[in-house]
Design a protein around this ligand. Sequence first.
Ligand code: DGL
Length: 278
Amino acid sequence: MDRRCIAIFDSGLGGLTVVRAIQQRLPADDLVYFGDTARVPYGSKSKETVTRFAREICDFLLRFDPKLIVFACNTASAAALPSLRPHISVPTVGVVMPGARAAVERAGNGTIAVIATESTINSDAYRTAMRSLNPQVRVIQKPCPLFVPLAEEGRSADDPIVRAVVQDYLQPLVALGPQAMVLGCTHYPILREAIAAACGPTVELIDSAEQTAQQVYADLAATNGLRTEDRRGKLTCYVSDNPQRFRELGQRFLQQSIVDVTWVAPERFHADEARPVS
Ligand code: DGL
């Protein structure tokens, strides 16, 4: 058993969907979350910039002595994880491969649709991961940049604006008859109901958050790292801006109230006072 925490980060609050899935799978573990709310969105930034941000955040998270770091952000997983992984001193889990694997299992030699941010689609990370698992699979992709602000605004699935945007983005993909669709962005599970309505019953939606939690569980089980005591793990959050907004909006992503949020600006990552008190 390994009692060290699991560290998780995202460009903002969307990664709380991954936190929620990990809490359900690994309830006894303490989680430390970093949301880069000062520099969100990552989805429209270059690979170089996202990699620099991810490297800084991993350095910060390593101060908590985690047993594992989860790249909950699809954009950071796609753009930065492959190049950073060899330089990080603890195991890492990204959201791309778990989601890709689940989609390939569902779709067989059929068609998989991937919806994600522009950076994730441009990186081609999902297609590359899927083709490494099954070279026959057909992958169709589409960036859906308006989904992130819609999810953050808390609009419901039956909101006419949500319906119109979802329909406009997804109709051309659905017309190509995919068997599965990967929700390749932390925010998209929030719009799941509207996306499911636009896709119809024949398209299976793959939520990277759930798949990633399963991957974290499997990796820890394989190294005797699971925490098996009968306890409820603690969630400690750090954000690079506006902890109050994170607390308020984050509740919707986490589906529970968020108590422990501390502001730490990226330029203070290396300052002693940014060090957690445990
Ligand atoms: N967290 C990002 C992702 O999963 C979405 C928000 C952003 O663009 O930073 O790709």
